[in-house]
Design a protein around this ligand. Structure first.
Ligand SMILES: [Ca+2]
Ligand SMILES: [Ca+2]
Length: 276
């Protein structure tokens, strides 16, 4: 009896480390637009499109009809050399007061988060005319929600990221880009001509109130049930012992049942993160 209590204690202790959370503001963010004033160290990021497209279909850098914003995060504390499963990810930005669009327009023309072709840009070294500026990819990671819309105060726009689409990008950032992860913010929202105010305007990391974009990622080492950072026979045994149950500890894909899908994940990632 005493032994089983001790074992239970260890299990609870370990389970706290199964999922990990990264949460941070960008190290760099840039308003990417032809007429942007001091786009590097602006306190606000702005985004708009032409009402139909979020990205200029000609591939031109954003000028009059388009405005993009780019942000780069440093994934500090996430070791390279292993594959990760993204359980949940989201970006939260804070729209300034008052929004220049209605809630309905925000729902119709959401703020979009997409990958960048490269993440090695810096805010300090930003040059609109540089030939190798990051391009924004076609993959849509997520769209901003208007559930907190209000006109009398700044409000958060949460962009839930599609875990399946984001996971390989996250792994490439950790394992190939030295932890640098870039995101492009774009939208189809049309300001409605020169001087129009119908566009996204949200705080950058340079905001003195700390309201810049926040990236949150819940992740774990792929296939690692025990949370020791290595997918090995202990994880395999845990899944096998819990096979058919709904033990969330062994339910790697979170679908409510421990079955062959979870078993295959452990087998597929066997050796992931383990010392050679
Ligand atoms: Ca393990
Ligand atoms: Ca499952």
């Amino acid at each position: 009896m005493r032994k089983s209590i001790a074992t239970l204690g260890i299990c609870l202790f370990v389970s706290a480390f199964t999922q990990q959370i990264y949460q941070a503001q960008p190290t760099d963010d840039v308003w990417y637009y032809d007429n942007a004033f001091n786009p590097g160290f602006t306190a606000f990021l702005r985004v708009w499109g032409d009402g139909t497209n979020a990205l200029d279909p000609t591939g031109a850098r954003p000028a009059l009809n388009y405005s993009y914003s780019l942000a780069k995060w440093r994934l500090n504390g996430i070791p390279a050399g292993r594959q990760y499963q993204v359980i949940r990810a989201q970006i939260t930005v804070v729209q300034t007061q008052p929004p220049g669009y209605t809630q309905q327009e925000g729902e119709q023309y959401p703020l979009e988060a997409r990958p960048l072709s490269r993440s090695d840009f810096t805010e300090a070294g930003w040059d609109y005319n540089a030939p190798n500026n990051p391009e924004i990819g076609a993959t849509l990671f997520g769209e901003g929600q208007m559930t907190s819309y209000r006109t009398d105060a700044p409000f958060p726009i949460v962009i839930p990221l599609d875990s399946e689409a984001f996971e390989p990008y996250f792994n490439a950032a950790v394992n190939q880009n030295n932890g640098a992860l870039g995101i492009g913010f774009v939208s189809r929202m049309d300001p409605g001509g020169q001087g129009g105010t119908r566009f996204y305007r949200f705080y950058s990391r340079n905001d003195t109130g700390g309201r810049g974009p926040v990236l949150q990622i819940v992740y774990r080492v792929a296939g690692d049930v025990s949370g020791d950072g290595c997918t090995d026979d202990a994880d395999l045994l845990t899944v096998l012992f819990n096979f058919g149950s709904n033990n969330p500890e062994a339910d790697l894909n979170g679908d409510g049942v421990v079955d062959d899908a979870d078993l295959l994940t452990v087998l597929f990632y066997f050796g992931n993160g383990c010392e050679p």
